[in-house]
Design a protein around this ligand. Structure first.
Ligand SMILES: [Zn+2]
Length: 249
């Protein structure tokens, strides 16, 4: 017995086809197997089960096709062209080391920086190491008010990794007038400013960028809330710097 397979069609057509096949089978059995009721019953049972499976398969093939169309996902950004590793360094004092109060979710932090700022420009930050640094001078920068940048560069000289971008995190309450500092592959940022445009701004400095007056530019100093973009020159400069940093690996 041959059955014609048809392409999945709307459900009413499938139902009609199944009915037709059903009628054909019924005619066949009633004409040829009238006297063999047992065999007829067995074949009919098998046939009904097969029919059930076939109809389920036909229905499934329709719905699967529809689903595939609906879940066609297109990713927002292609893989980053330049990748640089980032070390995270928690600044502690000898008194705080045992009971550190930094509660940063590092993966979330890196995802935030990539998703909000860097991936759009083909730049990818990747989490390197994370560690603690005991340094009293850095921990309480209020003692060095006015000379924070030079103190930072001096005190981080031994601990930063030349093959990475190094983000030093300090307590906001221990710095008076500065949200962040960035230079020479090093960023110092207060814990309260991690998830703001201050972080990409300071990373920009750490990778060689100066300030910009362009509206919405990440290196703008006027409106922190509007900072989103690097311009083409800045993007090229950052990528070149990343290449140089990666040569130190
Ligand atoms: Zn700046």
């Amino acid at each position: 017995m041959m059955t014609k397979t048809t392409k999945p069609t709307p459900n009413s057509t499938i139902f009609n086809s199944i009915l037709q096949i059903n009628n054909l089978f019924n005619n066949f059995f009633s004409k040829t197997l009238v006297n063999e009721n047992d065999i007829k019953y067995i074949f009919k049972t098998i046939y009904q089960r097969l029919l059930f499976i076939v109809s389920i398969l036909l229905l499934l093939s329709c719905t699967t096709g529809d689903d595939l169309d609906a879940v066609d996902i297109e990713s927002e950004f292609s893989a980053p062209e330049k990748i640089v590793k980032v070390n995270i360094i928690y600044v502690e004092s000898s008194e705080t080391l045992d009971k550190s109060s930094y509660t940063l979710n590092e993966a979330e932090f890196i995802n935030y920086l990539n998703g909000e700022y860097f991936h759009r420009f083909g730049i990818g930050l990747e989490l390197g190491e994370s560690k603690s640094l005991v340094n009293e001078e850095l921990y309480d920068l209020r003692d060095n008010e006015g000379s924070e940048p030079s103190t930072f560069l001096m005190q981080s000289r031994e601990s930063y990794d030349k093959s990475k971008v190094n983000i030093y995190i300090v307590k906001r309450c221990n710095i008076r007038a500065i949200a962040g500092i960035g230079r020479d592959q090093r960023v110092l940022i207060t814990d309260e400013n991690l998830f703001t445009s201050t972080t990409p701004h300071e990373i920009g400095h750490a990778l060689g960028l100066f300030h910009s007056h362009e509206a919405e530019n990440i290196m703008n100093t006027v409106n922190k809330d509007s900072r989103h973009n690097f311009n083409e020159t800045q993007e090229k400069k950052i990528k070149k710097r990343i290449d140089e940093i990666n040569l130190n690996n």
